[in-house]
Write a protein that binds this ligand. Structure first.
Ligand code: CO
Length: 133
């Protein structure tokens, strides 16, 4: 088994502050890590749940893929991050199993991780992010 943990569930939101405030009031949640990922045009707030995260995510510019997704599908679950020991090996295994890679090669993600996205088409409708810590 290549997957070692559900790294994060990414939830697209219009208003990051409002979402953080809601998670705080509803669950007593505190933001564990917050980061603007310039290359992806997003700002993320990570809430730690055991060894996984809820990743509240909002676009920082109108041309980012996150902005387009929000426009098209509205708020809600955007992708699932699967934690792996080796992102390149996991990506190769997925492609060999018939998946379509969005990132042909692993690249830097937030909080110092190495990541690769795989298209929902070919993965039963779920946008998958492979995450190596
Ligand atoms: Co992610």
């Amino acid at each position: 088994m290549i997957l070692t943990e559900i790294d994060h569930v990414a939830i697209a939101v219009h208003d990051l502050e409002a979402a953080i405030d809601y998670y705080k009031r509803a669950f007593g949640a505190e933001v564990h890590h917050r980061e603007v990922v310039e290359s992806d045009g997003v700002e993320e707030a990570l809430i730690k749940v055991a060894d996984s995260y809820i990743q509240l995510t909002t676009p920082t510019r109108p041309d980012s893929t996150m902005a387009k997704a929000l426009e098209k599908r509205g708020e809600g679950v955007h992708h699932i991050g699967y934690r792996v020991d080796n992102c390149a090996d996991a990506l190769a295994a997925m492609v060999a199993a018939g998946a379509t890679a969005i990132d042909k090669e692993p690249r830097p993600g937030s909080r110092g991780t190495t990541v690769a996205f795989v298209h929902p088409k070919g993965s039963f409708g779920t946008l998958i992010e492979l995450v190596q810590e």
